[in-house]
Design a protein around this ligand. Structure first.
Ligand code: NAD
Ligand code: UGA
Length: 470
């Protein structure tokens, strides 16, 4: 069934975040005959999605402004009118946040499902007729059981519209695999679309929407539980590769090997593959850590202690990598950074995004602040307010404080060291002669992304540490 023949004409997406916004924008762009409404409780976020100035959308993603610009107001809408949008929808996507629980049973590991439950209850309460409910959020395996139970209760107690119309539901799992910074390309040309479910007709309704632009062989159909678990597994595998290469980076530094050479040597093996072999300051982002911890929790729940310990080590190694970089900086700067000015280039968890959730920069900066450094942070997309929220303190020029600068050169002026924590492309083209000239000597470049021109920095008189270089 392609989208022209799919009966779906109205979609509601609950959650206008990093996933809901871009995903629905691409669906609306590709399927002009489907009305797509993205709803959120967060008024500020919805206002930003509706901002006439496309440079001010709440999510920064290359290409997103053009997609939103084409569809918004035509068949893509952003609103806080949640109930009306659900009632009008043939299909409702649940794309709400599922962070790690901070208290109660499973705190620190299990997913906090309160937002999923609240949105499922809202769908149960106000949906009309037959509604296909799609889990877009990343969820612990078997969450669909709870979603079905909530929707099933509404079905049974006949809380449908007064005119006697019955309400019925089908539940699908359709996890999202987009990565931030490349979201539009990932959505427009996905490696695969995964749809899990029990109701073949509902599966084909959703498959028909994607089939508008995704080749059918890339649309995978599975049972509900395989779909839910595949998402956690994909993230666990990707994160595991990063911890693996970071562990080897430490060994390279100790032995004189170079992790980039090792990465190239192993990555040419087609069984290993060349992607996700970049050593760095550890993985960040809202999902890798939370999803692995969730997997660990599930394994323990099912009595699989060794499996849980295996995956937990991926997170342990990641935290260790961040700590070791902070400790190494202190050690190379004569064992003390109290009062020293350090320029931090990059705060986002990766390039091409304004997202700082779980960014390695947060932990590393906090540790340097704890040691009394004066940090001067610069990032092309992250606001000073966001940095303040992440570091838990307002800007200050004092010892153990942080400020922002408008450019790397300004940040480096009078600094003892430059630390590169995000691989923004412009950091590959820094003018080291100019930077070296304004730093205090001896000056250091600590390149945790191995992106800068190390030879140019050395030629400008800096000492250079690069992740994974022995
Ligand atoms: P987000 O925090 O950016 O957005 C979630 C939004 O849902 C928020 O704006 C919140 O206000 C809204 N919300 C919560 N409860 C609501 C309710 N009852 N009614 C209306 N709105 C409600 O989160 P995100 O990054 O978009 O992630 C969403 C899900 O997708 C998570 O499960 C995440 O693991 C998964 N995921 C994220 C990414 C990513 O790159 N960020 C990629 C793949 C999957
Ligand atoms: C990741 C997955 O790649 C997506 O498939 C998934 O949908 C998403 O998580 C999610 O579920 O949220 P994302 O976190 O946006 O996407 O970005 P990645 O490109 O995976 O990078 C994650 C972290 O790993 C970043 O901090 C990045 O700098 C780091 N990384 C990545 C490395 O250190 N080395 C690498 O080789 C690759």
């Amino acid at each position: 069934m392609d989208s022209a023949r799919s009966p779906i004409r109205t979609i509601c997406c609950i959650g206008a975040g990093y996933v809901g916004g871009p995903t629905m924008a691409v669906i609306a762009d590709r399927c002009p005959h489907i009305q797509v409404t993205v709803v959120d409780l967060n008024v500020e976020r919805i206002d930003a999605w509706n901002d006439p100035d496309l440079a001010r959308l709440p999510v920064y993603e290359p290409g997103l402004d053009a997609v939103v610009g084409r569809a918004r107001g035509r068949n893509l809408h952003f609103t806080t009118e949640v109930d009306g949008a659900i009632a009008a929808a043939d299909m409702v996507f649940l794309s709400v946040n599922t962070p790690t629980k901070t208290r109660g049973v499973g705190a620190g590991q299990a997913s906090d499902l309160r937002w999923i439950e609240a949105s499922a209850r809202q769908v149960a309460a106000v949906a009309r007729g037959h509604t296909i409910v799609v889990e877009k959020s990343t969820l612990p395996v078997r969450t669909a059981e709870a979603v079905k139970a909530i929707l099933g209760a509404a079905q049974q107690n006949g809380s449908g519209p007064a005119n006697g119309e019955t309400k019925t539901f089908s539940v699908l799992s359709n996890p999202e695999f987009l990565a931030e910074g490349t979201a539009i390309g990932d959505l427009e040309s996905p490696d695969r679309v995964l749809i899990g479910g029990e109701d073949a007709s509902a599966i084909e309704c959703l498959a028909g929407i994607y089939a508008t632009w995704v080749p059918d062989e890339r649309i995978l159909r599975t049972n509900l539980w395989s779909s839910e678990l595949s998402k956690l597994t994909a993230n666990a595998y990707l994160a595991q590769r990063i911890s693996s290469i970071n562990s080897i980076a430490a060994l390279c530094e100790a032995t004189g090997a170079d992790v980039r050479e090792v990465g190239r040597a192993i990555g040419t093996d087609s069984r290993i593959g060349s992607r996700f072999l970049q050593a760095g300051p550890g993985f960040g982002g809202s999902c890798f850590q939370k999803d692995i911890l969730n997997l660990v929790y599930l394994c323990r729940h099912y009595g699989l202690e060794e499996v849980a310990a295996y995956w937990e080590q991926v997170v342990t190694l990641n935290t260790w990598q961040q700590d070791r970089i902070a400790r190494m900086v202190v050690q190379r700067l004569f064992g003390t950074i109290t009062g020293k000015r350090l320029a931090v280039l990059g705060f986002a968890f990766k390039a091409d995004t304004n997202d700082t959730r779980e960014a390695p920069a947060i932990r590393i900066c906090r540790e340097l602040i704890e040691e009394g450094a004066r940090l001067v942070i610069v990032d092309p997309k992250v606001s000073s307010a966001q940095i303040a929220a992440d570091l838990g303190q307002p800007p200050s020029a004092a010892e153990g404080g942080w400020q922002v600068a408008a450019s790397p050169l300004e940040a480096a002026t009078g600094a003892d060291a430059v630390l590169i924590l995000t691989e923004w492309r412009e950091y590959a083209r820094l003018d080291w002669d100019a930077i070296g000239a304004v730093m205090r000597r001896p000056a250091w470049l600590f390149d945790a992304r191995a992106i800068a021109d190390a030879d140019a920095a050395r030629a400008a008189g800096l000492n250079v540490w690069r992740v994974g270089e022995g």
